[in-house]
Design a protein around this ligand. Structure first.
Ligand code: NAD
Length: 255
C-alpha cells in the first residue's frame, strides 16, 4: 500500500480540472492510483490533462460541463457513472475571479457571475453528489474556497462573497450529512501561481504585482502542487475524522 495519502482505486471527479489547481490535483491523484474525472468548461484543456495522465499510465476521462447549468451538472454525473458505479470524492474546484476594484466599480453582472460559478456551481454539484453518496453509503465532498472566504478581501468583494458562501455551505452540509458517512470539507488557498492569478498579475502595474506576490509572510505565490498535496491527503482515508473544516494553505497570510 502507498503509505502517503493513499487514494488507490478511488473514483474522484474534479470540476475545473483542465487548469491550475484542478489539473495539478488530477495529475497527483492519478499518479497515486485514482480514477480521475476531469470536468471543465474548456473540454480541450480537460482532454489535454487526460491525455497527459493516460500517457503516464494513469486512469482518467474528460467531461465537458458548465457548472452554472443544473442540467449539465446532472449530465457530468451521468458521464462519471458510465465510468464507475460509485463516486468516492468530488472536488468542486471550478471557479472564476474578477479584476480587483472598489465594490461600486464591480458591475452587477460580474457579481452575479461570481455567485453563479463559484457558489451556485458548487451547490448544484453538492446536490447531485449528496443524493448519490447517500444512496451508495458515503463519500467525501471537497469544495475549493479561498482565504477570501474567511476574512476581508478588499477589492474582490464579489469573489469574496461567493467564497464565504462556499464555506457556509460546507459547514452546514457537513453537519447535516455526518451521520450518512459523507464528509464535506473546504480548502482555502491564498494566491497560487495558476492561470487565474497570472491573468490578474498581467493586468497590474509593477507595484500591484509585488504587493500581490508578497501578500503573505513567505513572500511568494503558492504552487498548484502544494494545494494538490493537501487535497490528496483529504481525498485519502487518513483524513477520516475530519468534516466541516476550512483547511488553510496560505504561506502564513492569516496567521
Ligand atoms: N489561484 C489562486 O490564487 C486561488 C486562490 C484561492 C482559491 N482559488 C480557487 O481555486 C479554484 C481553481 O482556481 P485556479 O487558480 O486553478 O484557476 P484556473 O483559472 O487555472 O482554473 C479554473 C478552471 O475552472 C474552469 N471553469 C471556469 N468556469 C467554469 C464553469 N462555469 N464550469 C466548469 N468549469 C469552469 C476553467 O475553465 C478552468 O479550467 C477556483 O475555485 C479558485 O477560486 C484559487
Amino acid at each position: 500500500m502507498n503509505p502517503v495519502a493513499d487514494v488507490k482505486g478511488k473514483h474522484i471527479l474534479i470540476t475545473g480540472g483542465g487548469s491550475g489547481i484542478g489539473a495539478a490535483s488530477a495529475r497527483l491523484l492519478s499518479e497515486r492510483g485514482a480514477l480521475v474525472g476531469v470536468a471543465d468548461l474548456n473540454l480541450d484543456n480537460a482532454q489535454n490533462v487526460v491525455e497527459e495522465i493516460q500517457s503516464s499510465g494513469g486512469k482518467a476521462y474528460a467531461v465537458a460541463v458548465d457548472v452554472t447549468s443544473p442540467e449539465q451538472v446532472k449530465g457530468m454525473f451521468d458521464s462519471a457513472f458510465a465510468q464507475a458505479a460509485k463516486i468516492d470524492v468530488i472536488i468542486n474546484n471550478a471557479g472564476i475571479d474578477h479584476m480587483p476594484a472598489p465594490l461600486t466599480e464591480v458591475d452587477d453582472a460580474m457579481f452575479m457571475k461570481n455567485l453563479q460559478v463559484n457558489l451556485a456551481g458548487v451547490w448544484y454539484c453538492m446536490k447531485n453528489a449528496l443524493t448519490h453518496m447517500t444512496a451508495t453509503g458515503g463519500g467525501h465532498i471537497i469544495n475549493i474556497a479561498s482565504v477570501a472566504g474567511l476574512r476581508s478581501a478588499p477589492m474582490i468583494s464579489a469573489y469574496s462573497a461567493s467564497k464565504h458562501g462556499v464555506i457556509g455551505l460546507t459547514k452546514s452540509a457537513a453537519v447535516e450529512y455526518a451521520r450518512a458517512n459523507i464528509r464535506i470539507n473546504a480548502v482555502c488557498p491564498s494566491f497560487v501561481d495558476t492561470p487565474m492569478v497570472q491573468g490578474v498579475l498581467a493586468r497590474m502595474d509593477e507595484r500591484g504585482r509585488k504587493g500581490l506576490i508578497g501578500a503573505n509572510p513567505m513572500k511568494r505565490l503558492g504552487k498548484p502542487q502544494e494545494i494538490a498535496n493537501a487535497i490528496a491527503w483529504l481525498c485519502s482515508d487518513e483524513s477520516s475524522f475530519m468534516t466541516g473544516q476550512a483547511v488553510v494553505l496560505d504561506g502564513g497570510m492569516l496567521a
